[in-house]
Design a protein around this ligand. Structure first.
Ligand code: DAH
Length: 357
């Protein structure tokens, strides 16, 4: 048989294959175990010797041509399939992508940032201290002796005791940073005036309820300056600073009052109350009908504490305060359950959409 006789038929079959499956069937027919193309090439052996070279050459060239046609057709079908796919879900590279979800600040962080901005604008330094604290800084240096009941009132999470070393605990308040800071700054040669704030996390072994958490945030403040016969840090400075701070945070003018309060590291010590921002002092459930909300323990720094910090109490006076940040945030946003802050409920957190600065 003349090798080129079937060539046109095969090429036509390849050209007519409409998809991959049809093309595969044609390929099996031509190149399978009894494939027509292979049979043609093999048929050379049946010919007389003198005809073989010419026939073999022609047969091989037909085989090559058919193979090329198959490859070409496969390529064309793939192209067509791709074009069809692209047309089906038309992809527009100029369209903006889906929006990535953006995190937002926790309400405690929002208020803490505002307070830090406010106090640093008034010349305060932002200080930090360890959450794992020594018994010395948390209690002893703050004029709270070992057998003092004030120690019991702060339900402390004690950490393992190592003989020969100071006992460690999770700090129960930010006040330990008062003496730490005074010691460090005086060692570095700084002299009063000294104005610091210390926002930070504190821990107490509390039974958790609507108004108590085992983990909470405070912001400590400490102001110390040299006292002369005519000037020095006094209670008026304390009241002015606290009023300014509450006015900014609660976004309204506030009235405050001082009541005596006992804290071993201040003398005199106070509880500072703010006129209830919800009922303007008329009496409501938030202020338990009293018209006042207890918000800020504070006082004049005890001479023993100044001394522990390396500052001569004969020549210096100061005030300190320890603000419960959750308390302030609850007042600002009208939140009535402290457990919301650590509860991890996104529906609560999404109500404070301020994004990271
Ligand atoms: N550290 C005290 C507490 O957490 C609060 C406090 C009271 C801090 C009076 C002060 C202060 O700086 O002067 O209970």
């Amino acid at each position: 048989m003349e090798p080129t006789a079937q060539r046109d038929r095969w090429l036509a079959a390849i050209g007519a294959a409409a998809d991959d499956a049809a093309l595969a069937a044609v390929e099996a027919r031509l190149f399978g175990s009894k494939g027509e193309v292979l049979e043609l090439v093999r048929s050379v052996t049946a010919l007389p010797k003198e005809q073989r070279p010419a026939f073999g050459k022609a047969a091989n060239s037909v085989k090559l041509e058919v193979e090329q046609a198959l490859a070409q057709r496969r390529g064309a079908l793939a192209q067509r399939a791709l074009a069809r796919e692209l047309a089906a879900d038309a992809f527009d590279p100029t369209e903006p992508g889906p929006r990535a979800a953006r995190g937002s600040l926790h309400p405690i962080t929002i208020v803490q940032n505002e307070l830090v901005d406010l106090f640093t604008s008034m010349g305060f330094r932002w200080e930090d201290g360890p959450e794992v604290e020594s018994e010395y800084f948390n209690f002893d240096a703050l004029n709270i002796p070992r057998d003092h009941p004030a120690r019991e009132s702060q339900d402390t999470f004690w950490l393992g005791e190592t003989s020969g070393q100071a006992r460690c605990l999770l700090r129960t308040h930010t006040s330990p940073v008062q003496v730490r800071t005074m010691q460090r700054l005086t060692k570095q040669g700084f002299h009063p005036p000294l104005k610091v704030i210390v926002p930070g996390r504190c821990f107490r072994s509390e039974t958790v309820d609507k108004s108590h958490e085992h983990t909470f945030y405070q912001m400590e403040g400490l102001v110390v300056d040299r006292a002369t016969s005519t000037s020095g840090i006094g209670i008026a400075h304390l009241i002015h600073t606290m009023k300014t701070c509450l006015r900014v945070i609660l976004e309204r003018d506030v009235q405050v009052r001082l009541r005596p309060g006992f804290f071993p590291f201040v003398e005199p010590g106070f509880e500072l109350d703010v006129n209830c921002p919800f009922c303007k002092g008329q009496g409501c459930p938030v202020c338990k009908q009293s018209g006042w909300i207890e918000i800020l323990p504070c006082g004049m720094v005890h001479p023993n504490v100044l001394q522990k910090g390396g500052i001569d109490p004969e020549e210096h006076t100061g005030f300190a305060f320890g603000m419960g940040l959750q308390r302030v945030v609850m007042l600002r946003y009208g939140i009535d359950d402290i457990r919301q802050f650590m509860g991890g409920d996104l529906r609560f957190l999404r109500q404070f959409p301020e994004v990271v600065r």
